[in-house]
Write a protein that binds this ligand. Sequence first.
Ligand code: GLV
Ligand code: GLV
Length: 310
Amino acid sequence: MARCIVTRKLPFDALERLRAAHDVEVWRGAMPPAPDELRELAAGAEGILSMLTDAIDRELIDACPDLRAVANLAVGTDNIDVEYARSRGIAVGNTPGVLTETSADLAFALLLAVARRIVESAESVRRGEWWTWEPAGWLGYDVHGATLGIVGPGKIGEAVARRGAGFGMRVLRTGREPGPGRVPLGELLAESDFVSLHCPLTPETRGLIDEGALMTMKQSAFLINTARGEVVDTEALRRALESGWIAGAGLDVTDPEPLPGYHPLLGAPNLTVVPHIGSASHATRGRMAAMAVDNLLAGLAGEPMPSPID
Ligand code: GLV
Ligand code: GLV
């Protein structure tokens, strides 16, 4: 039996398999452990089942001399210093694949919501402001026939591209290799009616959508971010929305995250923000938990993880 910690309550069957094999301690807080609380919890642990809200950085790793395996309940791994973990012989795994379609559904839901003003018009009905049908009321933008620009080379972006094609959109993609619909980022930004971000957060993508990128977009275009908040320069996005450089934005991720209710970005017009719910379906979160547990069990057994980070 190895000592494992799970950094949030995980109400899925998979946790029972971990409990059956190991000595499991679960962080009971409603909020994630602060860095010092995480260090205290993890000291002496051989395995960690971590969330994207936990920084598994050099300091944490150094505080856990017995650590052998980290299983992240996410496809993104920017919360983990993977290189340092690897240098210490710690196996690291994530949950790719199982959340692809669910995350693509959410990205497309945000796209439809901002294009057709679903959230703001629904809120006005709840406020009792549906006085009448109006010829020029709540006008939005068509999704069918529009150009969708996918930024990022991965599975989720491709799944969103398929949804776009199903809605009769023309799809552009960034990417190093030439291929159908592949264009440089500047061209994609200038031509797309909807720019949807699907790249991991890396030093190259941090701040990728800055003032210059937002100014390159059409004034009638929308930005959709379901990747990581730090890919977009928040202050530049606030200015872009307030000054009408773009028509609107739909965000599932923000910088900072969570976005406090008093944050200046939330005062900007034509913005819909949801609280990082991309993979949040009953079925997918259950599958992610199962995959994270499988990764941790394998890592602790000294076997290759089914989904290692490569
Ligand atoms: C969600 O953002 C994930 O990385 O799984
Ligand atoms: C809309 O509901 C219409 O009938 O035009």
